[in-house]
Write a protein that binds this ligand. Structure first.
Ligand code: TRP
Length: 331
């Protein structure tokens, strides 16, 4: 039997190239090797998103984005967290095995407390119980499917360790392997994708190249890439240019070699380099954009895909929950 991998997707709208190469593409690769499950963590998002319209449309945008990027719902299980009530029942059970002290140590909570203390605010200002207990719900997301591996960035490793701690407390208490202990699959070499200003591409820096915008806007965005004041004639070092770093993600080897030598020979201005970057980016993104637009134009079909995924997921979740309830004496 193949091992199970599980990927939780935080609903954020406006997916960008950094998300695609840093998270989406590597996560989709796992479907080749693992029995892969992907879910939209919509109840996690509720902790911070209180505008119903925004949450509702963000859920669809991120789901459509993953589908347009190549997630095949026939081959993997793709669902919304909120469609699996067993996750929340498991969360309640795991609460009984989670010390408050463990939650006090969670990074997201600690960061908020520290910010409050620095500002002289009440220690727990802006902290709802969803944020405080976030790692327990995340542990349930993982444990409910007997997941073997959870591919995550470094920032999420602590959460996986907490899921391990919580599952181990359960197993230790009942003296048997009731819950599977998940492992983190840390993407050590996850490429850092440079943004328009050369810093890491990130929504918080406002330097992103979005994945699913009309061609015109894509072009305009690429033209905004910050460059130095080297003249057209001057030879340029491709390795010091974020245009070239981005180019490498989209161009084949011959194209990369050709552009690198144009850089080195001089005679090519930044404007031209950007045009060439736009050409290859658009070549990759055009078919994705078409798929995305088609999916977003038919929300009922999108919802049906997610619903079908939930129907595949629920019996698995129910059997894990049943095992735990039996061990706990609440069957
Ligand atoms: N916390 C993750 C993030 O911020 C999202 C997430 C929620 C998740 N539940 C998960 C990831 C379960 C992996 C497994 O990106």
């Amino acid at each position: 039997m193949k091992k199970i991998s599980l990927t939780g997707i935080k609903p954020t709208g406006d997916l960008h190239i950094g998300n695609y190469f840093g998270a989406i593409k590597p996560a989709l690769e796992l479907a080749k090797e693992y029995d892969a499950r992907y879910f939209i963590a919509d109840y996690h998002a509720l902790n911070s998103m209180k505008d119903p319209k925004e949450l509702n449309s963000t859920i669809r945008q991120v789901a459509a984005g993953w589908l347009a990027s190549g997630l095949d719902p026939e081959k993997v299980i793709f669902y919304r967290q909120s469609s699996i009530p067993e996750v929340f029942e498991l969360t309640a059970m795991l609460m009984a095995f989670t010390s408050k002290g463990l939650m006090n140590r969670a990074h997201a909570y600690k960061a908020q407390v520290q910010e409050n203390n620095e500002k002289g605010d009440d220690t727990d200002a802006g902290v709802n119980m969803g944020l405080f207990t976030y790692p327990i719900l995340m542990a349930a997301d993982i444990i409910i499917f007997d997941s073997d591996i959870v591919p995550v960035g470094k920032d999420q490793v602590q959460h996986i360790e907490m899921a391990q701690d919580i599952a181990q407390s359960v197993n230790a208490n009942y003296g048997q392997q009731v819950l599977k202990i998940p492992q983190a699959g840390v993407q050590e070499d996850a490429a850092v994708i440079p943004g328009l200003d050369g810093r890491k591409m990130s929504k918080s820096y406002n330097n992103v190249i979005p994945l699913f915008v009309p061609e015109k806007i894509l072009r305009k965005t690429i033209m905004r890439i910050v460059t130095n004041s080297q003249s057209v004639e001057e030879p340029k070092n491709p390795d010091e240019s974020q245009i070239y770093q981005l180019y490498k993600l989209f161009a084949d080897n011959d194209e990369q070699a050709a552009l690198a030598s144009r850089y080195r020979n001089g005679g090519m201005g930044w404007g031209e380099a950007k045009e060439e970057l736009f050409r290859v980016v658009n070549r990759t993104l055009s078919p994705m954009r078409e798929r995305y637009d088609a999916i977003m134009a038919d929300i009922p079909s999108l919802d049906k895909i997610l619903q079908n995924g939930a129907e595949k997921a629920r019996p698995i979740a129910a059997s894990v929950l049943k095992r735990f309830r039996k061990a706990a004496g609440v069957d």
